[in-house]
Design a binder for this molecule. Structure first.
Ligand code: FAD
Length: 530
């Protein structure tokens, strides 16, 4: 069946079932299941796969209550199981209640409308159709609470926040936010109805849906939300101080372990206060310091492709780095030196000598120690270098869009997306986390060539970074103080977020405006530089 058979891959945020895994998965499961039986030769299934993946992504955090899955009936080994489950047409949607019996063949769902929003609401309905006896183990209550239950909580201390979403009776937002927060600890979400007059009176609620927040210390107040949308409510609650994503038991320990090694060296440092809406030169300089003195040091000498990649990287930074002049000077010197050498092979020690000597003799300066600020981790092994490397390339991409002629006569000017191409080559050749490099190269090989101008380059990197965030959320390398999430959050940029047909979408024009400002020269703070 070739490529067509792979409508869904392990990278998609859903479960791929087959003849031997279907029954064990859905029988007596702690969660409910929504399963699409499809056929990889059915054109409609092919067209629909994008929607199904988007749905799965949209409800990824609901998995412990209800899982989204697919099964390909066109694969020979699945013929029997599709027959056993009575599948005659493709796609067929079936759901299985939690704790289903082994004889349960699921219930067919025949919704004419297969929009993400209506399937998502169907999932809420499926959950609510459970009884007390078979309620999915990890699904919190979805019924509304009443004033009698909620008002006594006011003023009480607790070890977590309680968020009360008050909404019109037909609204799904409250239940969706409850499920969005399922993977997070430190906050409990409850819903109440706009028809509960004693509650509205007591809390002075006049608009719906709205959030009322009970803090752990007993204080309580309305929460300001820029837009009354599910994504805004969920994002705000996920970023409350102390609210944490539960770490996945699986994840990718190998790359997380590698990242840990890369980010080390920051454990005994005092905490540096910083703002999440600022970019710090100290992080960029620490990135260069680590790159030149640690990452490169694992290569005894540079030759061939490695040498070329390193030269291009140094040239790029020397032309586009918007931070301190002394750093630019050092990179220029390094670049001139590399270009003037007739050698095919340069010992690493020579690079190091030049960096150190230049600094000593002429005051050309690059901080000689790691000083993470916006990239501080809550403990050693988290954030640090990889965080600063992302930041550096975002800054360079924005700077390239602002000064497109800066790369003239460097050999890089003919590339449509020079920052991405140099980053891609650098990551592939030198970045210590091998698995990260493989993932990045895979993504780049698929779409970097389509980037036509500076704005698209900035957005490509932003989008790719968000895909990595999404993949890593809840993994071992996720710092609980800085949980990975779609970025920028509504707090940083409300106008970047919109909803279309009930699904979160980005306003890319506003994202680009935001990125230009956030990673632009005027938002670069020299605080904490040496
Ligand atoms: P980071 O993701 O490092 O982000 C740093 C800062 O950038 C954030 O604090 C935020 O201010 C800003 N930011 C966040 N998202 C965006 C965005 N979309 N656009 C612009 N700015 C943003 N780790 C793995 O375990 N597996 C991998 O496969 C992997 N691949 C990587 C590939 C590359 C090219 C790089 C540079 C790193 C990779 N990492 C990988 C490391 C991982 O992405 C993080 O850098 C690391 O876990 C530290 O995370 P952090 O919380 O500091 O945030």
């Amino acid at each position: 069946l070739g490529a067509a058979a792979r409508l869904y891959t392990e990278e998609d945020p859903l479960v791929i079932l087959g003849s031997s895994s279907l029954k064990p998965a859905v029988t007596n499961s702690s969660s409910a299941w929504l399963l699409q039986f499809y056929s990889s030769w059915c054109g409609h299934c092919v067209q629909f796969s994008g929607t199904w993946k988007s749905l799965a992504l949209d409800v990824k955090d609901w998995q412990r209550a209800i899982s989204v899955a697919v099964l390909d009936c066109a694969q020979e080994e699945n013929f029997d199981v599709c027959k056993e489950y009575g599948i005659k047409f493709y796609p067929t949607f079936k759901y299985f209640r939690a704790h289903a019996a082994a004889t349960d063949r699921g219930t067919i769902h025949r919704g004419a409308d297969r929009q993400i929003q209506s399937v998502r609401q169907l999932m809420v309905d499926i959950l609510q159709n459970h009884t007390r006896l078979d309620w999915p183990d990890h699904c919190p209550p979805l019924e509304p609470y009443s004033a009698v239950e909620l008002l006594p909580l006011l003023g009480q201390r607790s070890d977590h926040y309680t968020a009360v979403i008050t909404e019109e009776p037909g609204s799904y937002v409250g239940r969706e936010v409850i499920l969005d927060l399922l993977q997070f600890s430190g906050v409990e979400v409850k819903r109440a109805l706009s028809t509960d007059l004693p509650l509205l009176d007591a809390l002075k609620i006049t608009t719906f849906p709205s959030i009322y927040l009970l803090q752990p210390n007993g204080t309580h107040a309305h929460m300001h939300v820029e837009k009354r949308l599910r994504f805004f409510f969920s994002s705000l609650l996920k970023t409350l101080p102390g609210v944490q994503r539960r770490v996945k038991s699986h994840g990718s320990p190998s790359s997380a372990g590698q990242m840990g090694a890369l980010a080390d060296g920051q454990s005994t440092e005092p905490w540096r206060d910083f703002s999440r809406s600022t970019v710090y030169s100290a992080d960029l300089e620490s990135a260069l310091h680590y790159l030149l003195r640690v990452e490169l040091a694992t290569h005894n000498s540079l030759e061939g492709e490695e040498l070329k990649v390193f030269k291009d990287f140094v040239t790029l930074v020397s032309k586009l780095y918007p931070g301190r002049g002394s750093v630019v000077k050092l990179m220029e010197t390094l670049s001139d030196w590399l270009l003037s050498l007739p050698l095919q092979r340069i010992p690493y020690q020579a690079v190091l000598d030049l960096v150190d000597n230049k600094m000593r003799i002429s005051g050309v300066f690059l901080g000689a120690e790691l000083r993470w600020v916006g990239c501080q981790g809550s403990r050693a092994g988290l954030r640090g270098y990889p965080c600063s490397l992302w930041t550096l390339f975002h800054v360079l991409s924005v700077q390239h869009e602002a000064t497109p002629t800066a790369l003239e006569n460097t050999g890089l000017e003919s590339e449509a997306a020079p920052v991405l191409q140099v980053m891609r080559r650098y990551i592939r050749t030198f970045f210590g986390c091998e698995q990260c490099g493989r993932h990045f190269e895979q993504a780049a090989s698929l779409s970097v060539d389509a980037v036509r101008d500076g704005g698209q380059q900035v957005l490509w990197l932003w989008n790719q970074h968000n895909m990595v965030n999404e993949r890593l959320a809840g993994s071992l390398s996720d710092d609980p103080l800085f949980p990975k999430a779609a970025w920028p959050s509504p707090v940083l940029c409300a106008s970047c977020h919109e909803e279309k047909d009930g699904v979160h979408v980005w306003n890319q024009d506003n994202v680009l405006r935001f990125l230009r400002r956030h990673y632009g020269v005027s938002n670069l703070s020299p605080k904490y530089t040496l």
